[in-house]
Design a protein around this ligand. Structure first.
Ligand SMILES: Cc1ncc(C[n+]2csc(CCOP(=O)(O)OP(=O)(O)O)c2C)c(N)n1
Ligand SMILES: [Mg+2]
Length: 606
């Protein structure tokens, strides 16, 4: 074999960090790295997943880590346009605190600084997204420390780092051993020890505060995933109710009567009530941004557990901050909890849940033209097996996912949770499948997001599905011919009539398109077809696209609806919203009525 190149060295060194699955797209700017990945694939040491757009490479590298595939995500894209394309996917990683190393091609060193074709100032361009470590490799002797530092920084800071690789450097002979001499650095590919538990005094202080609470609420986020047993034990010891931030939804069974489900604008009314009524708050691995859904600032005494101390006290004034691993910290806290919880608190929470669930059923069964999206998502909920993986796009899908899909521990579910980017659903589902080819995956994606990138990544699914041991890959397209989420925002927040030219999405037969690719496909146009189609999709021996023609006028009403928002909706209807007649007649009359009653109840209580 010829001597290894810088590209080979880079790939093998990343492998020591567990980064072996490369999502990417070739180009001459990254050619030397891609060829090296190819050699590693041949040797059985790496995997390359070619996607249709570099943004997908960024999303998928992020999602691979989120679904427990790789410990460190990696994507490889070419200089200039490839690098620009990948940015959005990398911001997703940065905002959701996922470790990803981006390998970026660059013009040859001889051309740098000449305004060469595809030459962009990548150090500057990636200075924000990969601000913790962005480095241009100009000499083969730098590879070892560059890779080690990029990987270690990404893992320790849970963020994105970037290596910029001029094309000629990628093909140069590797320097595998650097001299023990002035100016050279020897580094290790050994990860840091994992985060531990806070000091005993801090744990005791937290326990004292929690023991004194009468009505304890827990808010669990992504940081609590993997701590289901410990979270359950602590919640039981405190007699607490638990609300879940979007990224932490899989941590506890949604059907438990002390679990109030999702929280925030897309969350449930019981989660809102839990926060309004509690006197003590324990936040675990979350910085859920909707601050109006937290208790009033002086209402509750609060403890926060987070692996990153800089995130403590970010959203709510806390008295005790426990910096450490969520699972270990909860374990250490448990023996210190001696509260004697008043059962009436959990009884109230259970009553809120019962009422909310009944309303959910009512909403889902409200007549719609032709399909009610909540009905379809509830149908999915009943069919998810314990090993199901779920990927959700940004749009009304996020809302129905938050409220209508019951998750259980063991399932894996994620989304672009903080960037809230459209176009995450299909890349996430693809990465979930690459991470666990033996588990079924469900993607819930709006028609707008499908047209943004989903239909393209269906081609990747068609290209890869035969390599998966379990071929089930169900895509539910919520085909409402509308950018419905933003149309509802316009109605509810601004009292505006949505502007058709901006909001309309052209109709497309997604099922037929899937069939064109050799996948299963079916259009759903009536409630009577839903059950059989879902059963069929989850039993199929190939990926299936369900094109559900859903009603864009089924309203998304936030759990904490202000009078202004309800009035705003009414105002937009009065001003001639073309959908208004249907909204009033079909879905929203009762929903807006219920929202108005909720507001009245809320105002009365105040
Ligand atoms: C990349 C990106 N562009 C725009 C938005 C703003 N946005 C949020 S949801 C949404 C509508 C999504 O439409 P669709 O995918 O059809 O889903 P629907 O809400 O109609 O179910 C838009 C435009 C965004 N979040 N991300
Ligand atoms: Mg839509």
């Amino acid at each position: 074999m010829s001597s290894p190149t810088v590209g080979d060295h880079l790939v093998s060194r990343l492998g020591l960090w567990g980064a072996k699955r490369f999502y990417g797209y070739p180009g001459d700017g990254i050619g030397g790295v891609i060829s090296a990945v190819g050699r590693a694939v041949e040797a059985g040491d790496a995997e390359f997943v070619q996607v249709r757009h570099e943004e997908t490479a960024g999303f998928a590298a992020t999602a691979d880590v989120k679904y427990g595939g790789s410990p460190l995500g990696v994507c490889a894209v070419t200089s200039g346009p490839g690098a620009v394309h990948v940015l959005n996917g990398l911001y997703d990683a940065k905002l959701d605190h996922v470790p990803v190393v981006a390998l970026l091609g660059q013009s040859a060193t001889s051309a740098l600084g000449t305004s060469y074709y595809q030459e962009l100032d990548l150090v500057r361009l990636f200075g924000d997204v990969a601000g913790e470590f962005v480095f241009q490799v100009t000499d083969p002797s730098q590879v070892q420390h560059a890779v080690d530092r990029a990987a270690r920084t990404a893992l320790e800071r849970r963020t994105v780092t970037a290596l910029i690789l001029p094309s000629d450097v990628q093909d140069a002979d590797a320097v595998l051993e650097v001299p023990h001499a002035h100016g050279y650095t020897h580094t290790s590919a050994v990860p840091g020890s994992l985060p531990g538990i806070p000091r005993p005094e801090a744990l005791q202080q937290a326990a004292d505060l929690l023991n004194a609470g009468k009505k304890v609420a827990i808010l669990a986020g992504a940081g609590a995933l993997g701590a289901t047993a410990e979270l359950t034990a602590v919640a039981d010891a405190l007699g607490a109710g638990v609300a879940k931030a979007l990224l932490g939804k899989a941590v506890l069974d949604d059907t438990l009567d002390w679990v109030t489900g999702a929280i925030g604008l897309l969350g449930t009314r019981p989660s809102y009530d839990l926060m309004q009524e509690c006197d003590t708050l324990l936040m675990i691995g979350t910085t859920m941004p909707y601050t109006e859904y937290y208790p009033e600032p002086d209402q509750a005494r609060a403890v926060q557990i987070d692996v990153d101390g800089t995130r403590c006290g970010l959203r709510y004034p806390t008295e005790v901050n426990l910096v450490g691993d969520a699972r270990l910290t909860l374990q250490a806290l448990l023996p210190l909890l001696h509260a004697e919880p008043d059962p009436s608190w959990r009884e109230r929470i259970a009553r809120w849940n019962t009422a909310w669930r009944a309303w959910g059923e009512e909403r889902a069964n409200a007549a719609a033209k032709p399909l009610n999206p909540e009905l379809v998502v509830r149908g999915l909920s009943r069919r998810l097996s314990d090993d199901a993986m779920i990927a959700v796009d940004c749009g009304t899908a996020t809302s129905w996912y938050a409220r209508d899909l019951d998750l259980r521990p063991g399932m894996l579910a994620s989304l672009s949770g903080t960037l809230l980017s459209m176009g995450g659903g299909m890349p996430y589902a693809l990465a979930a499948k690459q991470a666990h080819p033996d588990r079924p995956v469900l993607a819930i994606v709006g028609d707008g997001a499908m047209q943004m990138n989903g239909i393209n990544e269906l081609i990747t699914v068609a290209q890869r599905w035969r390599t998966w041991s379990d071929p089930r890959f169900v895509v539910l397209v919520l085909n409402n011919r509308d950018l419905s989420f933003v149309a509802w925002e316009a109605r509810a927040m601004q009292g505006e009539v949505p502007f058709d030219a901006a909001m309309d999405v052209p109709d497309l037969p997604y099922g037929s398109y899937a069939e064109l690719l050799g996948l299963g496909g079916r259009r759903l146009e009536g409630p009577g077809e839903v059950d059989a189609a879902l059963d069929e999709a989850f039993a199929a021996r190939r990926p299936t696209v369900l094109d559900a023609v859903v009603d864009p006028t089924v309203p998304m009403i936030p759990p904490h609806v202000s009078l202004q928002q309800v009035l705003g909706t009414a105002k937009s209807q009065l001003r001639g919203d073309p959908a208004a007649r249907d909204i009033v007649v079909e879905g929203a009359r009762e929903t807006i009525g219920a929202a108005a009653r909720a507001v009245v109840r809320h105002v009365k209580r105040d």
